[in-house]
Design a protein around this ligand. Structure first.
Ligand SMILES: [Zn+2]
Length: 165
């Protein structure tokens, strides 16, 4: 992206927003040389890697899927829509920064979990319970225990281990 004022290629992104249709990313950039500010628009499918699903099929990155997952996890939690939008933008930036053409869905899942953890712990647990269901139940239980520090959870874990034995 060339600065329209001085043609320098060095700039930083000061703000990223998803277009209304969800298919473009609007970025405010600041030139590092002349400090001029300008806006660029990029199509989501041009900048985001396609997703490799668990069964190996590829699909186009779909930000609505991620946003809806976040919304569901944050239902009735004190998390604003703005915070969710920003979280999606942060996730997308992290995915882009990897510089890959294709990215496993599990990597996106981990990215979402990391952000949710910082955003709202209850929402994180909700999301994690769905996302990690039966994949690694013991890992999930120990995370729950860490977060809630709750005797009930410890009990549930013991019962679960007894069952497995
Ligand atoms: Zn410039």
């Amino acid at each position: 992206m060339r600065c329209p004022y001085c043609s320098s290629l060095d700039n930083k992104v000061v703000d990223s927003r998803i277009g209304k249709e969800g298919d473009s990313i609007r970025r405010r950039r600041e030139c590092l040389k002349c400090e001029g500010r300008f806006t660029t628009y990029e199509r989501v499918e041009d900048v985001l890697p396609s997703v490799i699903k668990k069964d190996g099929r590829r699909e186009t990155y779909d930000r609505m899927k991620i946003l809806n997952g976040l919304k569901k996890a944050c239902e009735k939690r004190p998390v604003s829509m703005d915070a969710l939008e920003k979280t999606v933008a942060d996730i997308e930036k992290a995915l882009q920064d990897r510089g890959l053409k294709e990215i496993p869905s599990s990597v996106i899942g981990e990215e979402v979990m990391g952000r949710l953890h910082a955003l709202d712990e209850v929402a994180y647990v909700r999301f994690a319970s769905v996302y990690r269901s039966f994949k690694d139940i013991n890992e999930f239980m120990s995370e729950l225990k860490d977060i809630l520090g709750n005797k009930e959870m410890k009990k549930a874990k013991e019962v679960n281990q007894t069952k497995e034995a």
